[in-house]
Ligand binder design. Structure first.
Ligand SMILES: *Cc1c(COP(=O)(O)O)cnc(C)c1O
Length: 428
């Protein structure tokens, strides 16, 4: 008997989740631009609605192009199941949805994408949910923040914007002791640099808008479930472990085993919240992922060279790139992101806020945009844009103080990237 040889990352990035189209032999995944799917007969339709047979009903729930993407990201992250959503922010709500209820809370890292801080500190309150923000380097504070109503712990692998790397294993151990899942936003690392499930994460979320798609064309999100969490071990997750009235009394776990969370997310989450990815969007992201490994390699290589160069520049006060030996998080790189510390980091200018604004207005190759993970090099002054809704104290905690500029290093020739920074810094 032969055991099937597992495929390597770069092979999975091209092949996972897809096969030649059975109807036409089309080699590339077709864009199934359809809303609905014809049932074979009334019995087939009933079985699909009962989750007794897996198949396509309506594209708010599932679509073959979107499923191909979900299965590919699932394979790259080493998960059991995945769903795609209309954006990264939709993926975050979708990830929390099966776990939460009015009065429940999550514990979130202080170092998060600015939009996530706003979503968690303001908007989720409308659902009766709340978030407590804690410095995840202080494991005792994290443990102390967890209470009887806590249903998840949330952090980012490489935190946006500050070049911070979370000690995922340590955080996962705290969540595990409390019997609650760890959700990791792996957007800025991508599964090429880190696979959070291997470090104890229960769920992984992505903004596919960024590196997965890779060239700034569409918004998208993905939620990957490890399939490893025992939802029935306590009474904390009744939507999964008890008969669910929203799905004619089906008990998702343990009935559906490792797929309980994924099926819940499709059958109830996508059905009722409708934060669905469209097949065109999925197509762009599938194209992007084919070159994910190649791109990430170059992103990391360029980021390392730019960070080193900036650190020596007389007008630069500090560079927060975990790939630099000077970073307090450098020792986490070999363990958490062994192929590199990503391509997103910040630096501080000695000239403060005004110097930052002058620098940004002087850059030519860099695009001044509220985005990251593009093939193009991008720059933004977080304090006046993405992190603007935060108080100055929150900005500083999030690594987005007024004298900080954030870079997302692209895959252009690195000499051109450095030359652009050099001419712009000369004008500061
Ligand atoms: C962009 C981003 C998000 C939000 O994703 P959208 O696709 O813009 O909704 C969440 N987390 C991180 C780390 C991001 O960079």
């Amino acid at each position: 008997m032969t055991t099937e040889r597992p495929l390597a990352f770069d092979t999975l990035a091209i092949h996972a989740g897809t096969a030649p189209d059975p109807a036409t032999g089309a080699r590339q995944v077709p864009i199934y631009q359809t809303t609905a799917y014809v049932f074979r007969d009334a019995d087939h339709a009933a079985k699909l609605f009962n989750l007794q047979e897996v198949g396509y009903i309506y594209s708010r729930l599932t679509n073959p192009t979107v499923s191909a993407l979900a299965n590919r990201v699932c394979a790259l992250e080493g998960g059991a199941g995945a769903i795609c959503c209309s954006s990264g922010h939709a993926a975050q709500i979708m990830a929390l949805f099966p776990l939460m209820g009015p009065g429940r809370n999550i514990i979130a890292s202080t170092r998060l994408y600015g939009g996530t801080v706003t979503q968690f500190s303001q908007t989720i309150k409308r659902f009766g949910w709340s978030a407590k923000f804690v410095d995840f380097d202080d494991l005792a504070a994290l443990e102390a923040a967890i209470d009887g109503d806590t249903r998840a712990v949330f952090c980012e692998t490489i935190a946006n914007p500050g070049g911070y790397i979370t000690d995922l294993d340590a955080v996962a151990a705290v969540a595990d002791r409390a019997g609650i899942p760890l959700i990791v936003d792996n957007t800025t690392a991508t599964p090429y640099l880190c696979r959070p499930i291997e470090h104890g994460a229960t769920l992984v979320v992505h903004s596919a808008t960024k590196y997965l798609t890779g060239n700034g064309t569409v918004t998208g999100g993905v939620v990957v479930d490890s399939g490893k969490f025992d939802w029935s071990a306590s009474d904390k997750f009744p939507s999964l472990s008890q008969p669910e009235p929203a799905y004619h009394g089906l008990t998702f776990h343990p009935t559906l085993g490792a797929m309980a969370y994924t099926f819940h997310s499709i059958a109830i989450g996508l059905r009722d919240l409708g934060m669905t990815m469209n097949p065109q969007g999925a197509h762009y992201t599938l194209m992007g992922i084919e070159t994910l490994g190649l791109r990430m390699q170059r992103h990391v290589e360029n980021a390392g060279k730019v960070a080193e160069w900036l650190e020596k520049h007389p007008k630069v006060k500090a560079v927060t790139y975990a790939g630099l030996p000077s970073s307090p998080y450098a020792d986490r790189v070999p363990r958490i992101t062994p192929k590199g510390a990503g391509a997103l980091f910040t630096f501080q200018l000695k000239g403060g806020y005004d110097a930052c604004v002058k620098l940004i207005d002087s850059l030519k190759l860099f695009s001044h945009v509220a985005n990251l993970g593009d093939t193009r090099s991008l720059v933004i002054h977080s304090a006046s844009t993405t992190h603007r809704q935060l108080t100055e104290e929150q900005q500083i905690k999030a690594g987005a103080a007024p004298d900080v500029v954030r870079l997302s290093i692209g895959i252009e020739d690195v000499s051109d990237i450095i030359a652009d920074l050099e001419q712009a810094l000369a004008q500061v």
